[in-house]
Design a protein around this ligand. Sequence first.
Ligand SMILES: Nc1ncnc2c1ncn2[C@@H]1O[C@H](COP(=O)(O)OP(=O)(O)OP(=O)(O)O)[C@@H](O)[C@H]1O
Length: 597
Amino acid sequence: MNPGDSSVTAAESKQWLKQQKQHSEGLLSKGVALGCCHGILVIGQMALLAHMLDGAIFKQWGLHELAAYMWAMLAIILVRAALSYGSSRLCYRGAVAIKYQLRKDLLAKIFHLGPSFVAQKGSAESAQLLHQGVESLQDYYAGYLPAIAYCSVIPLAILAIVIPFDWGAALIFLCTAPFIPFFMIMIGKKAEALNHQHWAKLLRMSSHFLDIIQGLTQLKIFNASRQEIAAVASISDQYRRQTMSILKIAFLSSFFLEFLASVSIALVAVIMGFRLYYGEVDYLLALWVLLLAPEFYLPLRNLGTQYHAKMAGVSAAQDMIALYQDAAVSEQARESEITSGQPVGNENQAGPFNAPFDIHFDEVSFAYDKRDKALDKVTLSFDNKGLHAIVGPSGAGKSTLIETLMGFHQPQQGRVLINGVALEQGNRDAWLQHCGWIAQQGHIFYGELGFNVALSEQYNLAKIEQALCQAGLAEWVKSQPLGLNTQIGEAGAGLSGGQRQRLALARAFYHQPDVLILDEPSSHLDKDSEAAVLQAIKRYAEHHLVIVIAQRLHTVSQADCIYVIHQGRLQQQGSHSLLCQQPGLYQQMLHAGGRHE
Ligand SMILES: Nc1ncnc2c1ncn2[C@@H]1O[C@H](COP(=O)(O)OP(=O)(O)OP(=O)(O)O)[C@@H](O)[C@H]1O
């Protein structure tokens, strides 16, 4: 799904945003309640002020008569200040609690949808949704939603109290108030569409920036940086123009709201002035109504200033809902597979998978969207331990086969059976807990070396040292002044290709997965280190299942079983010595020096 192409309507988005209030653990409601009390108390404060002015100006009161009112005034000001502080703080904390929960949920959904979803959507867009998208909800929950509540409570409270004293003044309030929300809705319609386009453009711009930063070296080498800078300038300019259009609407709407509010207050003042002149009301009442008039329009004016927070929140929420829907569809597909699938083997095993594992691909076919089959009726088995290798030319389907084994792709035909249970019938997350996967470019996280091996701040020192030793990295770590506390830069900056690969291997040895999958585990290593690492892998395979993807055939000559894949089909299988004697692709690859493009 492209951003901005979301099929989620604004109404659904608003409904969904309201439902998320439950994550604020009541903080938002308490904050709004305090805010309402703060707003309602203004009626008393203005009544006191009116009495004081009336007394001091028209009744010639001295300090003694005014003192009681002044103390009451001080008390009310202090109470209102405390209520205002408490309300803002609770609303802020409520919004933070909602954001925290949403980030957790969204991240869980992204994990559930897996790497293929992130690859399709774009990592920058996913990150932007998690960061900026969720962040834009802060003002929605802490600003816009309370403003809505104040609008429906405070003006009504003022009306309800003014009516018994002077229904005429209440009538003026009642007639002028609807102009403001009416005008806001008119402007909001136009601004809503613009805001959604603005959000979509922001997502595209983030993707573009990330692409450029990641490919900076390539762009420099191929002298393409100028075109890219021009492309970025053009996207940024479109974004700037869109931002200006939104700002124009925001300024215009603020101006009209202020204008309408000022005209309304002036109208109240003029009408009350005439009524006072003709003796319909006394000074005290006229003064009180006049002091209350700005307070009556204040929540409506505040709502106007919070309106952009609402639109930004609604736009971001549309993409979040789309993500939830994608996750729900994937979940449903999995559930329907479970209910419609024929139970295979022992049904009780369908829950958590238990080691040791026998893996069987039963006529598995899979094609990426509208592409030729990447896997075509593949039938093969991996025993519960030993070294197994998958070889084949580039684009043969080796990675797809492994990703299907890890449940990232659902076969369109056939099944992957783990201990006799179809993978889609069990819990994929439980299965993944038993797998360790070292991709060709194993990801190295920003952080300390020890963390990068254990993927946790708390680690077992002896285990980590053993893992580093197995991966041939122990000597290098010892030579570092900070040892395991050595800081590693983003994506392994500061490490050579070989060190990164060994670090990723050490991670696998530390975690001791039952099924270890390695993609070209020695591609960045020199001959001596390669032999040592292959030896360590072979030793690991004595008690675990290890599956190695390789194009360099000498790295798999010791494998217990080699599977040769070509154009998504299993072409040959057997030991190195057997395949060497068999005419076929393996022989051709051997003669071509291990590679076959
Ligand atoms: N995300 C994707 N979307 C569409 N097609 C894909 C995608 N990933 C792979 N393919 C296609 O599926 C086929 C198998 O790809 P795969 O990556 O599994 O091959 P491979 O054997 O691992 O290649 P290599 O050794 O070069 O990594 C190829 O034709 C490839 O173009």
